[in-house]
Design a protein around this ligand. Structure first.
Ligand code: 9MR
Length: 374
């Protein structure tokens, strides 16, 4: 049924979309899921999940179980959700996804322990204390969460989104960040050291966005990232991975494989594991015809994932959701489509039918070099 749906949809796509990228149809010789294709290569393929929909929206639940070999919580492992008031920890939502993953033999990523966003309202005031106590507010939280899930995770986004070259700091670091205001760049070191204590085999990641495109502001972000990684390595911060979120916006920021490949080679030089951690494709500013947008999205997906998976450092890819029905891109003013329709940036549409993007991911997984299990 799956394959038939793919082919039926694909049959309407004969030409390239507005971006002019060719999107030839791929004939699949078998009906394997994305999960099976990734497994066959020793790669990660998975997605972010929203636990309230698990077990209540059954078609969604089925897609998550069959298509993903790794899950990540879309929001339920953020401090705002986990520690809504000081010392009161709420793990029900996070546990639900953890249990689902265990029942379905899936790995999990931990997202995220330290971020400038999605913090509880009380945190900023609580940070108005002497420095040693500010450190404790970070360390005690990480201890508590890693204690609960540490060894169950394949990796942790220990620190999320710390660079912002457009802000004032001369190193290009994000200064509009409560952790920066409280502890400066040192907050990154503190978070990684605290995580390392109890993380077991889980790899410790720094995670960030807009480092893949051939535009000046992404170039600045790549350079800032590389300089930060140099400083962290020099200070012996136990960082083991770098997450490329991969929120593409092809009608705004041009993707150029060579530029991205160069950055991947630079990351390889740091000996880090790399993963595409939040992949989706915003179709804002694209043509009105959904079939044309789907062709563009598929083409840029194939090009982006071929490049990423070609890097021996890259363990695989997680999408930021699985169906357009539940995509953050449709909720956010700057990515919403002007015609009021849902964005089409995930492998399944809002009726849970696979799209050309699904084909593109499948084709990229099939073409990727197999990983040697570690
Ligand atoms: O998609 C997530 C959305 O549902 C949450 O409300 C929001 C705040 O928790 O976070 C979104 O996920 C973000 C991720 O954690 C970090 N990179 C950008 C993602 C999209 O904003």
């Amino acid at each position: 049924m799956h394959r038939r749906d793919v082919l039926k949809l694909g049959a309407t796509l004969t030409s390239a979309g507005m971006l002019g990228l060719p999107w030839p149809r791929h004939g699949f010789a078998d009906s394997r899921s994305l999960r099976e294709r990734a497994d066959a290569k020793g790669l990660v393929f998975g997605c972010a999940v929203k636990s309230p929909q698990l077990g209540t929206d059954m078609p969604y639940t089925d897609l998550i179980a069959t298509q993903a070999n790794m899950l990540v919580h879309e929001y339920e492992l953020k401090r705002k959700n986990v520690e809504p008031s000081p010392g009161q920890y709420v793990f029900a939502g996070a546990d639900k996804a953890m249990n689902f993953a265990a029942d379905n033999g899936q790995a999990v990523r931990g997202h995220t322990l330290c971020w400038f966003q999605a913090n509880p309202d009380w945190l900023e005031d609580a940070l108005m204390v002497p420095v040693a106590q500010r450190e404790q507010l970070l360390i005690s939280y990480i201890d508590r969460v890693i204690d609960r899930y540490g060894s169950r995770m394949q990796s942790w986004d220990v620190v999320n989104e710390v660079i912002e070259p457009q802000q004032a700091d001369w190193n290009g670091m994000r200064t509009d960040n409560p952790w920066w205001r409280a502890l400066g760049e040192r907050h990154i070191d503190i978070a990684f050291h605290a995580a390392k204590e109890k993380a077991g085999e889980a790899k410790l990641y720094l995670n960030d966005y807009s480092v893949e495109n051939d535009v000046r502001w992404n170039e600045d972000r790549r350079n800032t990232t590389l300089r930060l990684l140099e400083r962290l390595k020099k200070r012996d911060v136990p960082i083991e991975g770098y997450g490329i979120q991969g929120h593409l916006k092809p009608y705004r920021d041009r993707f150029e494989p060579e530029v991205f490949a160069k950055f991947l080679r630079e990351l390889e030089g740091f000996g880090l594991q790399v993963m595409v951690t939040e992949f989706d494709v915003a179709d804002v500013d694209g043509p009105a015809d959904p079939a044309e947008r789907d062709a563009d999205i598929a083409a840029v997906t194939k090009s982006f994932l071929d490049t990423a998976l070609d890097s021996p450092a890259c363990a695989g890819v997680l999408c930021w959701g699985i169906t357009d029905e539940y995509s953050w891109l449709s909720d956010l003013e700057k990515y919403k489509r002007a015609d009021g329709t849902k964005t089409r940036g995930l492998p399944y549409d809002d009726q849970y039918r696979p799209k050309p993007m699904w084909d593109a991911i499948a084709a990229a997984l099939d073409a990727a070099p197999a990983r040697v299990p570690t």
